[in-house]
Design a protein around this ligand. Structure first.
Ligand code: PFF
Length: 443
Protein backbone atom coordinates (compact mmCIF):
# COMPACT_ATOMS: atom_id res chain seq x y z
CA UNK A 1 0.00 0.00 0.00
CA UNK A 2 1.11 3.59 -0.72
CA UNK A 3 2.36 5.39 2.37
CA UNK A 4 0.22 8.44 3.15
CA UNK A 5 1.39 12.09 3.19
CA UNK A 6 -0.08 15.09 4.98
CA UNK A 7 -2.09 16.96 2.35
CA UNK A 8 -0.91 20.41 3.44
CA UNK A 9 1.78 22.14 5.44
CA UNK A 10 -0.89 23.34 7.85
CA UNK A 11 -2.06 19.75 8.34
CA UNK A 12 1.43 18.73 9.43
CA UNK A 13 1.95 21.76 11.68
CA UNK A 14 -1.41 21.22 13.39
CA UNK A 15 -0.82 17.50 13.84
CA UNK A 16 2.66 18.01 15.31
CA UNK A 17 1.40 20.88 17.49
CA UNK A 18 -1.52 18.71 18.55
CA UNK A 19 0.92 16.02 19.63
CA UNK A 20 3.03 18.55 21.51
CA UNK A 21 0.12 20.36 23.18
CA UNK A 22 -1.40 18.00 25.72
CA UNK A 23 -1.66 17.17 29.40
CA UNK A 24 1.94 18.35 29.52
CA UNK A 25 0.81 21.92 28.84
CA UNK A 26 -2.50 22.10 30.67
CA UNK A 27 -1.78 19.84 33.66
CA UNK A 28 1.97 19.32 34.10
CA UNK A 29 3.39 22.72 33.12
CA UNK A 30 1.19 24.79 35.48
CA UNK A 31 1.85 22.56 38.48
CA UNK A 32 5.59 22.42 37.81
CA UNK A 33 5.64 26.20 37.53
CA UNK A 34 3.64 26.37 40.76
CA UNK A 35 5.95 24.07 42.71
CA UNK A 36 9.14 25.60 41.29
CA UNK A 37 8.36 29.15 42.32
CA UNK A 38 6.66 30.65 39.27
CA UNK A 39 8.44 33.02 36.91
CA UNK A 40 11.98 31.82 37.65
CA UNK A 41 11.01 28.40 36.33
CA UNK A 42 9.69 29.98 33.14
CA UNK A 43 13.11 31.35 32.22
CA UNK A 44 14.91 28.07 32.68
CA UNK A 45 12.18 26.19 30.88
CA UNK A 46 12.32 28.58 27.92
CA UNK A 47 16.08 28.15 27.65
CA UNK A 48 15.65 24.35 27.62
CA UNK A 49 13.00 24.54 24.91
CA UNK A 50 15.15 26.72 22.64
CA UNK A 51 18.57 25.14 23.16
CA UNK A 52 17.63 21.51 23.71
CA UNK A 53 14.05 20.87 22.60
CA UNK A 54 14.12 22.71 19.27
CA UNK A 55 17.31 21.02 17.96
CA UNK A 56 16.07 17.56 18.95
CA UNK A 57 12.68 18.28 17.36
CA UNK A 58 14.40 19.17 14.09
CA UNK A 59 16.65 16.12 14.32
CA UNK A 60 13.65 13.81 14.76
CA UNK A 61 11.58 15.38 11.99
CA UNK A 62 14.55 15.22 9.60
CA UNK A 63 15.10 11.52 10.31
CA UNK A 64 11.44 10.91 9.54
CA UNK A 65 11.28 12.96 6.36
CA UNK A 66 14.53 11.53 5.00
CA UNK A 67 13.53 7.89 5.48
CA UNK A 68 9.71 8.03 5.28
CA UNK A 69 9.69 5.30 7.90
CA UNK A 70 8.62 4.55 11.47
CA UNK A 71 11.34 5.01 14.15
CA UNK A 72 12.69 1.45 13.94
CA UNK A 73 12.70 1.45 10.14
CA UNK A 74 14.32 4.90 10.06
CA UNK A 75 17.35 3.82 12.10
CA UNK A 76 17.59 0.56 10.15
CA UNK A 77 17.64 2.42 6.84
CA UNK A 78 20.34 4.92 7.79
CA UNK A 79 22.54 2.49 9.76
CA UNK A 80 21.86 -0.98 8.38
CA UNK A 81 23.28 -3.97 10.22
CA UNK A 82 23.96 -2.03 13.41
CA UNK A 83 22.07 -2.10 16.73
CA UNK A 84 20.89 1.53 16.29
CA UNK A 85 17.38 0.31 15.48
CA UNK A 86 17.10 -0.44 19.21
CA UNK A 87 16.69 3.31 19.79
CA UNK A 88 13.56 3.15 17.66
CA UNK A 89 12.43 0.06 19.55
CA UNK A 90 12.84 1.90 22.84
CA UNK A 91 10.61 4.62 21.39
CA UNK A 92 7.88 2.18 20.36
CA UNK A 93 8.01 0.67 23.85
CA UNK A 94 7.89 4.12 25.48
CA UNK A 95 4.89 5.07 23.32
CA UNK A 96 3.13 1.96 24.57
CA UNK A 97 3.89 2.64 28.24
CA UNK A 98 3.21 6.39 28.26
CA UNK A 99 -0.08 6.06 26.43
CA UNK A 100 -1.29 3.44 28.92
CA UNK A 101 -1.18 5.83 31.88
CA UNK A 102 -1.74 9.03 29.89
CA UNK A 103 -5.11 7.57 28.97
CA UNK A 104 -5.92 6.94 32.64
CA UNK A 105 -5.28 10.63 33.48
CA UNK A 106 -7.14 11.78 30.36
CA UNK A 107 -10.01 9.56 31.54
CA UNK A 108 -10.09 11.48 34.85
CA UNK A 109 -10.38 14.63 32.73
CA UNK A 110 -13.33 13.18 30.80
CA UNK A 111 -15.03 12.16 34.04
CA UNK A 112 -14.56 15.69 35.40
CA UNK A 113 -16.04 17.13 32.19
CA UNK A 114 -19.21 15.23 32.93
CA UNK A 115 -19.10 16.10 36.66
CA UNK A 116 -18.74 19.77 35.67
CA UNK A 117 -22.03 19.68 33.80
CA UNK A 118 -23.76 19.02 37.11
CA UNK A 119 -21.76 21.94 38.60
CA UNK A 120 -19.38 21.94 41.60
CA UNK A 121 -20.67 23.15 44.95
CA UNK A 122 -18.34 25.63 46.72
CA UNK A 123 -18.79 23.64 49.94
CA UNK A 124 -17.59 20.36 48.47
CA UNK A 125 -14.39 18.74 49.72
CA UNK A 126 -12.52 18.62 46.43
CA UNK A 127 -9.56 16.60 47.68
CA UNK A 128 -11.96 13.92 48.90
CA UNK A 129 -13.91 14.09 45.65
CA UNK A 130 -10.76 13.48 43.62
CA UNK A 131 -9.58 10.76 46.01
CA UNK A 132 -12.97 9.04 45.72
CA UNK A 133 -12.91 9.25 41.98
CA UNK A 134 -9.47 7.78 41.41
CA UNK A 135 -9.87 5.11 44.08
CA UNK A 136 -13.02 3.87 42.37
CA UNK A 137 -12.75 1.11 39.78
CA UNK A 138 -15.80 1.20 37.48
CA UNK A 139 -15.71 4.95 36.76
CA UNK A 140 -12.01 5.34 35.95
CA UNK A 141 -12.09 2.07 33.99
CA UNK A 142 -15.03 3.23 31.90
CA UNK A 143 -13.37 6.57 31.07
CA UNK A 144 -9.99 4.99 30.39
CA UNK A 145 -11.72 2.63 27.93
CA UNK A 146 -13.68 5.51 26.37
CA UNK A 147 -10.56 7.58 25.87
CA UNK A 148 -8.61 4.67 24.37
CA UNK A 149 -11.52 3.95 22.08
CA UNK A 150 -11.47 7.52 20.72
CA UNK A 151 -7.70 7.29 20.22
CA UNK A 152 -8.00 3.97 18.41
CA UNK A 153 -10.85 5.18 16.19
CA UNK A 154 -8.81 8.18 14.98
CA UNK A 155 -5.65 6.16 14.27
CA UNK A 156 -7.63 3.34 12.65
CA UNK A 157 -9.07 5.89 10.21
CA UNK A 158 -5.62 6.81 8.86
CA UNK A 159 -3.15 9.69 8.71
CA UNK A 160 -5.19 12.03 6.51
CA UNK A 161 -8.74 10.86 7.21
CA UNK A 162 -8.02 10.29 10.90
CA UNK A 163 -5.23 12.38 12.42
CA UNK A 164 -5.23 15.34 10.04
CA UNK A 165 -9.00 15.64 9.92
CA UNK A 166 -9.36 15.55 13.70
CA UNK A 167 -6.60 18.05 14.47
CA UNK A 168 -7.98 20.51 11.91
CA UNK A 169 -11.25 20.56 13.83
CA UNK A 170 -9.98 20.28 17.40
CA UNK A 171 -6.95 22.59 17.45
CA UNK A 172 -8.90 25.79 16.63
CA UNK A 173 -11.49 24.84 19.29
CA UNK A 174 -8.70 24.33 21.81
CA UNK A 175 -7.26 27.74 21.05
CA UNK A 176 -10.64 29.41 21.30
CA UNK A 177 -11.46 27.85 24.69
CA UNK A 178 -8.15 28.86 26.18
CA UNK A 179 -8.69 32.49 25.18
CA UNK A 180 -12.12 32.50 26.86
CA UNK A 181 -10.55 31.01 30.00
CA UNK A 182 -7.89 33.71 30.14
CA UNK A 183 -10.34 36.55 29.75
CA UNK A 184 -12.36 35.07 32.60
CA UNK A 185 -9.35 34.60 34.88
CA UNK A 186 -7.85 38.02 34.24
CA UNK A 187 -11.10 39.85 34.93
CA UNK A 188 -11.46 38.37 38.44
CA UNK A 189 -10.79 40.72 41.37
CA UNK A 190 -7.35 39.96 42.77
CA UNK A 191 -6.00 38.46 39.56
CA UNK A 192 -2.90 40.67 39.73
CA UNK A 193 -1.30 38.69 42.58
CA UNK A 194 -1.36 35.62 40.38
CA UNK A 195 0.14 37.52 37.48
CA UNK A 196 3.01 38.78 39.57
CA UNK A 197 3.74 35.27 40.90
CA UNK A 198 3.71 34.06 37.33
CA UNK A 199 5.72 36.84 35.74
CA UNK A 200 8.10 38.25 38.40
CA UNK A 201 11.00 35.87 38.86
CA UNK A 202 12.16 34.98 42.36
CA UNK A 203 15.44 33.21 41.73
CA UNK A 204 15.80 32.17 45.36
CA UNK A 205 13.33 29.37 44.62
CA UNK A 206 15.63 27.63 42.16
CA UNK A 207 16.93 24.24 43.18
CA UNK A 208 18.62 21.42 41.35
CA UNK A 209 15.19 19.87 40.93
CA UNK A 210 14.10 22.97 39.00
CA UNK A 211 16.62 22.18 36.25
CA UNK A 212 15.70 18.51 36.19
CA UNK A 213 12.03 19.42 35.93
CA UNK A 214 12.64 22.01 33.21
CA UNK A 215 14.64 19.70 30.95
CA UNK A 216 12.35 16.71 31.34
CA UNK A 217 9.33 18.93 30.79
CA UNK A 218 10.84 20.34 27.59
CA UNK A 219 11.12 16.78 26.27
CA UNK A 220 7.70 15.68 27.36
CA UNK A 221 5.92 18.76 26.10
CA UNK A 222 7.49 18.60 22.63
CA UNK A 223 6.77 14.84 22.41
CA UNK A 224 10.48 14.11 21.99
CA UNK A 225 12.53 11.02 22.64
CA UNK A 226 10.10 8.33 21.56
CA UNK A 227 10.02 8.82 17.83
CA UNK A 228 6.66 10.59 17.58
CA UNK A 229 8.20 13.39 15.57
CA UNK A 230 10.13 10.87 13.44
CA UNK A 231 6.81 9.22 12.66
CA UNK A 232 4.93 12.46 11.94
CA UNK A 233 7.90 13.72 9.90
CA UNK A 234 7.78 10.52 7.87
CA UNK A 235 4.43 11.56 6.40
CA UNK A 236 5.90 14.77 4.95
CA UNK A 237 6.28 14.84 1.20
CA UNK A 238 9.66 15.64 -0.31
CA UNK A 239 8.47 19.20 -1.09
CA UNK A 240 7.76 20.04 2.54
CA UNK A 241 10.04 21.94 4.87
CA UNK A 242 11.05 21.26 8.44
CA UNK A 243 12.98 24.02 10.16
CA UNK A 244 10.17 26.56 9.83
CA UNK A 245 7.39 24.05 10.62
CA UNK A 246 9.31 22.96 13.72
CA UNK A 247 9.57 26.63 14.68
CA UNK A 248 5.78 26.98 14.55
CA UNK A 249 5.34 23.84 16.65
CA UNK A 250 7.69 25.19 19.33
CA UNK A 251 5.96 28.57 19.32
CA UNK A 252 2.44 27.11 19.53
CA UNK A 253 3.37 24.63 22.23
CA UNK A 254 5.12 27.22 24.37
CA UNK A 255 2.33 29.73 23.84
CA UNK A 256 -0.36 27.28 24.99
CA UNK A 257 1.61 26.34 28.11
CA UNK A 258 2.09 30.05 28.93
CA UNK A 259 -1.55 30.75 28.24
CA UNK A 260 -2.63 27.85 30.46
CA UNK A 261 -0.63 29.55 33.22
CA UNK A 262 -2.43 32.82 32.48
CA UNK A 263 -5.76 31.07 32.74
CA UNK A 264 -4.87 29.31 35.99
CA UNK A 265 -2.65 31.41 38.29
CA UNK A 266 -4.69 34.65 38.37
CA UNK A 267 -7.76 32.57 39.26
CA UNK A 268 -5.89 30.52 41.88
CA UNK A 269 -4.61 33.68 43.59
CA UNK A 270 -7.81 35.67 43.22
CA UNK A 271 -9.66 32.99 45.14
CA UNK A 272 -6.93 32.43 47.73
CA UNK A 273 -5.63 28.98 46.82
CA UNK A 274 -2.11 27.55 46.91
CA UNK A 275 -0.29 27.54 43.54
CA UNK A 276 2.14 24.86 44.75
CA UNK A 277 -0.47 22.12 45.12
CA UNK A 278 1.38 19.77 42.75
CA UNK A 279 -0.28 17.25 40.43
CA UNK A 280 -3.62 17.80 42.20
CA UNK A 281 -3.67 21.44 41.02
CA UNK A 282 -5.82 20.53 38.03
CA UNK A 283 -8.26 18.17 39.70
CA UNK A 284 -8.51 19.57 43.23
CA UNK A 285 -7.58 23.25 43.25
CA UNK A 286 -9.15 24.21 39.94
CA UNK A 287 -12.64 22.77 40.54
CA UNK A 288 -12.58 24.62 43.87
CA UNK A 289 -11.56 27.80 42.09
CA UNK A 290 -14.31 27.36 39.51
CA UNK A 291 -16.94 26.67 42.16
CA UNK A 292 -16.21 30.10 43.65
CA UNK A 293 -16.45 32.14 40.49
CA UNK A 294 -19.49 33.49 38.69
CA UNK A 295 -20.50 31.14 35.83
CA UNK A 296 -18.05 28.64 37.32
CA UNK A 297 -20.01 25.63 36.06
CA UNK A 298 -19.63 26.72 32.47
CA UNK A 299 -15.92 27.50 32.87
CA UNK A 300 -15.10 24.24 34.59
CA UNK A 301 -16.89 22.40 31.80
CA UNK A 302 -14.90 24.33 29.19
CA UNK A 303 -11.65 23.73 31.05
CA UNK A 304 -12.07 19.97 31.22
CA UNK A 305 -13.16 19.80 27.57
CA UNK A 306 -9.95 21.69 26.79
CA UNK A 307 -7.93 19.17 28.77
CA UNK A 308 -9.59 16.24 27.02
CA UNK A 309 -9.08 17.69 23.53
CA UNK A 310 -5.44 18.45 24.26
CA UNK A 311 -4.93 14.91 25.57
CA UNK A 312 -6.59 13.30 22.56
CA UNK A 313 -4.49 15.10 19.94
CA UNK A 314 -1.41 13.85 21.86
CA UNK A 315 -2.53 10.31 22.58
CA UNK A 316 -3.18 9.66 18.90
CA UNK A 317 0.45 10.50 18.15
CA UNK A 318 1.67 7.92 20.66
CA UNK A 319 -0.52 5.17 19.23
CA UNK A 320 0.61 6.20 15.73
CA UNK A 321 4.22 5.38 16.63
CA UNK A 322 3.27 1.82 17.52
CA UNK A 323 0.88 1.39 14.58
CA UNK A 324 3.30 2.87 12.02
CA UNK A 325 5.88 0.31 13.11
CA UNK A 326 3.46 -2.61 12.67
CA UNK A 327 2.18 -1.31 9.33
CA UNK A 328 5.62 -0.47 7.84
CA UNK A 329 7.72 -3.32 9.14
CA UNK A 330 5.23 -6.14 9.48
CA UNK A 331 2.72 -5.08 6.80
CA UNK A 332 -0.20 -5.23 9.21
CA UNK A 333 -3.50 -3.75 8.26
CA UNK A 334 -3.79 -0.31 9.93
CA UNK A 335 -7.18 -0.98 11.50
CA UNK A 336 -6.12 -4.32 12.92
CA UNK A 337 -2.90 -2.81 14.36
CA UNK A 338 -4.82 0.10 15.92
CA UNK A 339 -7.53 -2.00 17.53
CA UNK A 340 -5.32 -4.84 18.75
CA UNK A 341 -2.49 -2.71 20.13
CA UNK A 342 -4.92 -0.07 21.40
CA UNK A 343 -6.59 -2.82 23.38
CA UNK A 344 -3.26 -4.13 24.74
CA UNK A 345 -2.35 -0.59 25.80
CA UNK A 346 -5.72 -0.30 27.51
CA UNK A 347 -4.94 -3.50 29.45
CA UNK A 348 -1.48 -2.24 30.36
CA UNK A 349 -3.15 0.88 31.81
CA UNK A 350 -5.21 -1.15 34.27
CA UNK A 351 -2.46 -1.65 36.91
CA UNK A 352 -1.75 2.12 37.26
CA UNK A 353 -5.51 2.70 37.36
CA UNK A 354 -5.88 0.19 40.20
CA UNK A 355 -2.84 1.67 41.95
CA UNK A 356 -5.24 3.96 43.86
CA UNK A 357 -7.48 1.10 45.03
CA UNK A 358 -6.84 -2.64 45.06
CA UNK A 359 -3.18 -2.34 44.06
CA UNK A 360 -2.32 0.58 46.33
CA UNK A 361 0.11 -1.59 48.30
CA UNK A 362 2.39 -1.91 45.29
CA UNK A 363 5.12 0.73 45.47
CA UNK A 364 8.39 1.35 43.67
CA UNK A 365 10.82 3.80 45.33
CA UNK A 366 7.83 5.02 47.30
CA UNK A 367 5.82 5.79 44.15
CA UNK A 368 2.41 4.38 43.18
CA UNK A 369 2.12 2.45 39.91
CA UNK A 370 1.11 5.43 37.79
CA UNK A 371 4.03 7.52 39.05
CA UNK A 372 6.28 4.52 38.47
CA UNK A 373 5.22 4.26 34.81
CA UNK A 374 5.67 8.03 34.57
CA UNK A 375 9.12 7.82 36.18
CA UNK A 376 10.37 5.10 33.84
CA UNK A 377 9.13 6.88 30.76
CA UNK A 378 9.85 10.51 31.59
CA UNK A 379 13.02 10.08 33.60
CA UNK A 380 14.52 7.24 31.58
CA UNK A 381 12.99 6.30 28.23
CA UNK A 382 12.41 9.79 26.81
CA UNK A 383 15.75 11.34 27.83
CA UNK A 384 17.70 8.22 26.80
CA UNK A 385 15.79 8.12 23.50
CA UNK A 386 16.49 11.83 22.95
CA UNK A 387 20.14 11.47 23.87
CA UNK A 388 20.74 8.54 21.51
CA UNK A 389 18.76 10.19 18.71
CA UNK A 390 20.83 13.35 18.92
CA UNK A 391 24.09 11.39 19.04
CA UNK A 392 22.93 9.35 16.06
CA UNK A 393 21.92 12.35 13.99
CA UNK A 394 24.95 14.46 14.91
CA UNK A 395 27.66 11.81 14.68
CA UNK A 396 26.42 8.78 12.72
CA UNK A 397 23.99 10.03 10.09
CA UNK A 398 25.81 13.38 10.13
CA UNK A 399 24.67 16.80 11.28
CA UNK A 400 25.22 18.17 7.73
CA UNK A 401 22.69 15.73 6.32
CA UNK A 402 20.18 16.73 8.99
CA UNK A 403 20.77 20.42 8.24
CA UNK A 404 20.19 19.84 4.52
CA UNK A 405 17.05 17.86 5.17
CA UNK A 406 15.75 20.43 7.66
CA UNK A 407 16.42 23.47 5.45
CA UNK A 408 15.14 21.92 2.24
CA UNK A 409 12.26 24.08 0.86
CA UNK A 410 12.32 26.26 3.92
CA UNK A 411 12.52 29.99 3.26
CA UNK A 412 11.49 31.54 6.57
CA UNK A 413 13.77 29.96 9.13
CA UNK A 414 16.93 28.00 8.41
CA UNK A 415 19.20 26.17 10.79
CA UNK A 416 22.98 26.30 10.62
CA UNK A 417 26.16 26.13 12.70
CA UNK A 418 24.46 26.86 16.01
CA UNK A 419 22.09 23.94 15.49
CA UNK A 420 25.02 21.63 14.68
CA UNK A 421 26.93 22.78 17.76
CA UNK A 422 23.93 22.34 20.05
CA UNK A 423 23.12 18.92 18.68
CA UNK A 424 26.70 17.67 18.76
CA UNK A 425 27.74 18.85 22.21
CA UNK A 426 25.22 20.74 24.32
CA UNK A 427 22.20 18.47 23.91
CA UNK A 428 24.01 15.18 24.71
CA UNK A 429 25.86 16.77 27.62
CA UNK A 430 22.78 18.37 29.17
CA UNK A 431 20.65 15.26 28.77
CA UNK A 432 23.33 12.94 30.18
CA UNK A 433 23.68 15.12 33.26
CA UNK A 434 19.93 15.15 33.76
CA UNK A 435 19.56 11.39 33.37
CA UNK A 436 22.23 10.80 36.00
CA UNK A 437 20.89 13.41 38.40
CA UNK A 438 17.40 12.11 38.00
CA UNK A 439 18.41 8.56 38.83
CA UNK A 440 20.61 9.60 41.74
CA UNK A 441 17.95 11.87 43.22
CA UNK A 442 15.27 9.16 42.98
CA UNK A 443 17.14 6.48 44.91
N1 PFF B 1 3.55 16.27 24.37
C1 PFF B 1 2.49 15.64 25.11
C2 PFF B 1 2.03 16.58 26.21
O1 PFF B 1 2.61 17.65 26.40
O2 PFF B 1 1.08 16.23 26.89
C3 PFF B 1 2.88 14.32 25.68
C4 PFF B 1 3.52 13.38 24.72
C5 PFF B 1 2.88 13.07 23.52
C6 PFF B 1 4.74 12.84 25.01
C7 PFF B 1 3.49 12.23 22.61
C8 PFF B 1 5.36 12.01 24.13
C9 PFF B 1 4.71 11.72 22.93
F1 PFF B 1 5.28 10.92 22.07
Amino acid sequence: MERENWTSKLGFILAASGSAIGLGNIWRFPYLTGTNGGAAFLFIYLACIIFIGYPVLIAEMSLGKKTAKNPIGAFKQLAPDTPWWLVGALGVLAGFVILSFYSVVAGWGMAYTVKAIGGFSPDADFAAMFGNHISGVGGPLFWHAAFMFLTIAVIGAGVVKGIQKVVKILMPILFFIIIIMIVRALTLDGAMAGLSFYLKPDFSNIKLQTFIDAISQSFFTLSLGLGTMITYGSYLSKNDSISDSAGYVVIFDTAIAFLAGFAIFPAVFALGFDPAAGPGLTFITLPAVFAEMPLGGLFSFLFFILLTIAALTSSISMLEVVVAYLVDEHHWNRKKASYLFGFLIFLFGIPPLLGYSSLSEIRFLGMDILDTYDWFSNSLFLPIGGLLTSVFVAHIWGAKNAVNEANDNSDILKVGQIFVFLLKYIVPLAISIIIILNIVSSF
